[in-house]
Design a protein around this ligand. Structure first.
Ligand code: IMP
Length: 421
């Protein structure tokens, strides 16, 4: 069977820590969408790693790690990442599998990303500029190159044709067409990756399930960045929701058992776009500093805000999340008051539904206020030992979501977790 783990907000929910403690129960971790725009932080033997493309089970000896068909791969970045985890002792040659149908990010995709983003002027998405959007554009436009193509005789010719098309597009946008070292690095990395295990992941994954193994499908970004159901057009270019695991790995919905939805005790967003519960003030700045809210991939400061229950419930509905995990509850310690956005105030009154277009709707938060809790949460070893005001806050969230939380994380260390079941 397959369980899915994904983010219920705008990404950066702390999925890395959760994968790490769930991992022992699975024989494979599989990424199903996104690419090196993701940054999954892991701590292994005291050393910190940010994984961009490699699934988070790579340090586990028993665990296969599949980069699925729905992922887009930058060969040069993947090569660097492989070398980094290999140097730290990860069994990469044995356990890393790459789907032949995963699409390749060309150097010109990255250049085109910058040109398209610049051309948007004030309507910039705030892209990570990793070439994600142009690569998915070529995939949907049936023009892309895939991992399996690197073994074909005409790979170089196909590459040149596609790159030439990109250069024309960049020129039309008035962007920079100067090819730098990146093309050389790309070709060297393609050569390097030829030695790795490539699989027809749909067969591999289904056979793996048939043999009774368990797979954890690891989502990247978050639900509110989903191409279809996020805050369009300020979204990423893939399906970040649970349905994306079916298309991104080649599995049917019947194979999915649980959907673990991870959310922070507050909200963050990196890049532009609507963020209804944003705290664009000192309180937001304090939250950013205390929570270390700076992008794992780009280092950009993340925007911060209160927990947004309408958006959380929307995400739970879209994903069919049946296991909820709250992270970073400790970041709110010491605040005299903690707020939750429970509805939006619109011209038509209060609503707990997301409007068609969050970008044009003039909305304000409707907040419920809760008494804060002190630093004793850090010392609590069980949920029962947590401050009562914290438990009141949790109870309210559980009632609103219509289910109990499965776990609450109160710090980056593995033992700083309350397991509620
Ligand atoms: P892109 O996916 O790089 O094109 O970026 C599109 C939007 O998604 C931008 O607002 C990015 O900041 C955001 N984004 C992309 N990847 C992540 C992520 O892993 N965490 C949080 N935000 C992300």
């Amino acid at each position: 069977m397959v369980d899915i783990l994904l983010g219920l907000q705008w990404g950066d929910e702390g999925k890395g820590k959760v994968v790490d403690f769930l991992c022992p129960a699975y024989q494979m971790v599989a990424r199903f969408q996104g690419g090196p725009n993701a940054g999954h932080s892991l701590k292994i033997n005291g050393q910190s790693f940010v994984l961009n493309t490699i699934p988070s089970g790579i340090f586990r000896e028993h665990c296969k790690n599949l980069i699925g068909s729905g992922v887009v791969i930058d060969p040069a970045k993947l090569q660097i990442e492989i070398e980094k985890v290999k140097a730290a002792g990860a069994p990469v040659e044995k356990n890393l599998l790459i789907a032949r149908k995963a699409h390749l990010i060309l150097p010109t995709h990255i250049m085109l990303d910058a040109a398209q983003e610049n051309a948007k002027g004030t309507a910039k998405i705030g892209s990570t500029l990793r070439g994600i959007s142009p690569t998915y554009q070529d995939k949907i436009g049936r023009a892309g190159l895939r991992m399996g193509d690197i073994h074909e005789k005409d790979f170089d010719k196909k590459y040149q044709l596609l790159a030439a098309k990109h250069i024309q597009m960049i020129e039309a946008l008035g962007g920079n067409t100067e090819k730098t070292e990146t093309e050389k690095a790309f070709m060297e990395a393609v050569e390097y990756l030829r030695a790795f295990q490539m699989v027809d992941s749909e067969y591999y994954v289904n056979d793996f399930i048939f043999r009774g193994h368990r797979i954890l499908a690891e989502g990247a970004q978050g639900t509110m960045l989903d191409i279809d159901y996020g805050t369009y057009p300020y979204v990423t270019s893939s399906n970040t929701i649970s349905a994306g695991a079916c298309t991104g790995l080649g599995i049917s919905p019947q194979k999915i058992k649980h959907v673990y939805g991870v959310f922070k005790a507050y909200c963050t967003r990196v890049g532009s776009g609507p963020f209804p519960s944003e705290l664009d003030n000192q309180a937001g700045e304090d939250l950013r500093q205390k929570g270390g809210e700076f992008g794992a991939t780009t280092g950009r400061p993340r925007r911060t805000g209160w927990l947004d229950l309408p958006a959380l419930n929307y995400a739970i509905m879209l994903n069919g999340a049946d296991k909820l995990i709250m992270t970073k509850a400790d970041v709110l310690c010491g605040l005299p008051e903690v707020d939750i956005c429970t509805a939006y105030k619109t011209a038509n009154g209060l609503t707990d539904k997301l409007p068609y277009d969050l970008c044009t709707e003039d909305m304000q938060m409707h907040l419920e206020k809760f008494a804060g809790w002190d630093d004793s949460l850090h010392q609590a070893e069980t949920y029962n030992a947590a401050p009562q005001t914290f438990k009141d806050y949790i109870k309210f969230i559980e009632q609103s979501c219509g289910m109990g939380l499965t776990a609450i994380s109160t710090g980056p260390e593995r033992e700083k977790t309350f397991f509620m079941e």
